[in-house]
Write a protein that binds this ligand. Structure first.
Ligand code: C2E
Ligand code: CA
Ligand code: CA
Ligand code: CA
Length: 276
């Protein structure tokens, strides 16, 4: 038994070593990828629940790796986080997303606003507000999606001040994955977000029970009382879309309408749509 135990320990150590090597390689590749600008945004449209017009677009990071192909955020974000380079990825995505919207505009496609995901690391970046100020963003044209879990730091006055400064530049704040965690609604509402994005784990079971519906309904109602728009993510069927519209949700995003797309695909999609 002792012997078997030892073997198990060795097997565990081998696996750990393997994983460590793998993480080390991934880390090196992420740093190299950042220098080579391999991180770029894909774009997923957001629709007005009533008119089904495109009202915005979310930029989602993709890593275009020279040999591995497109690497999704779930793979590279945890490693990037431990390397402290998520802020650099966020910055690269923001810059390219703004660049693309300006390019689309030149080609006749006017997208009212673009949303980017902003990590906690980026909010703690000292030069952030100055960099944003230098970008001369048109008020209302850019949204920062902050994860619900950010509110654990909402007691952090420094963070609150940064968020106030960002808002003063005309950049909207949206709470992402709303209803997914254990954050207090009060502390989230204290940030006076422009929008709440209802987590897809609440959206997807919507057709299953009245209880699920009343949960989403209550989020929509909080929004209405406070003058905060609600966005549903992970809308996978038109049945979901129709129910969400009836519940009063303002904006819809999900595979029922479109997947995240490369810039030119998005341009083609949105241009065709504008003529419908
Ligand atoms: P998120 O911000 O909650 O983004 C929504 C995720 O759901 C995206 O996954 C999107 O592709 C996916 N999705 C969209 N519609 C549907 C649908 O109808 N059904 C289902 N099942 N999924 C749908 P993605 O692109 O893999 O991104 C995963 C997460 O990575 C994002 O979740 C966000 O938290 C993070 N992320 C993505 N880009 C960035 C970035 O530039 N910076 C930071 N800090 N985080 C990012
Ligand atoms: Ca998001
Ligand atoms: Ca989300
Ligand atoms: Ca999420």
């Amino acid at each position: 038994a002792k012997r078997r135990g030892r073997n198990r320990v060795e097997a565990f150590n081998d696996e750990l070593r393997l994983r460590t090597v793998e993480v080390k390689r991934l880390s090196d590749e992420i740093l190299r990828g950042l220098e080579r600008q391999e991180f770029r945004p894909f774009f997923q449209p957001q629709f007005d629940a009533e008119t089904l017009e495109i009202v915005g677009v979310e930029a989602l990071a993709r890593w275009e790796h020279p040999t591995r192909g497109f690497v999704p955020p779930d793979v590279f974000l945890p490693v990037a986080e431990s390397l402290n380079v998520v802020a650099r990825i966020d910055e690269a995505i923001l810059e390219q997303a703004l660049f693309q919207t300006i390019r689309w505009e030149g080609l006749g496609l006017d997208i009212p606003r673009v949303s980017v995901n902003v990590s906690c690391q980026r909010l703690h970046d000292d030069g952030l507000v100055e960099k944003l100020r230098a970008m001369n963003i048109r008020p209302g044209s850019l949204t920062f999606e902050l994860l619900e879990s950010i509110s654990f730091d909402a007691a952090d006055d420094g963070l609150k001040r940064v968020i106030e400064e960002i808002k003063a530049l005309g950049i909207d704040i949206e709470i992402d994955d709303f209803g997914s965690g254990h954050a207090s609604i009060v502390s989230l509402l204290e940030l006076s977000p422009k929008r709440l994005k209802i987590d897809r784990r609440l959206v997807q079971p919507l057709l299953e029970s009245a209880a699920q519906q009343s949960l989403v309904q209550s989020i929509v109602d909080i929004g209405k009382v406070r003058g905060i728009e609600t966005v549903a993510e992970g809308v996978e069927t038109m049945e979901h879309a129709e129910l969400l519209r009836r519940l009063g949700c303002d904006i819809l995003q999900g595979y029922a309408f479109a997947r995240p797309m490369a810039s030119d695909d998005f341009l083609a999609f949105a241009t065709a749509r504008a003529w419908m």
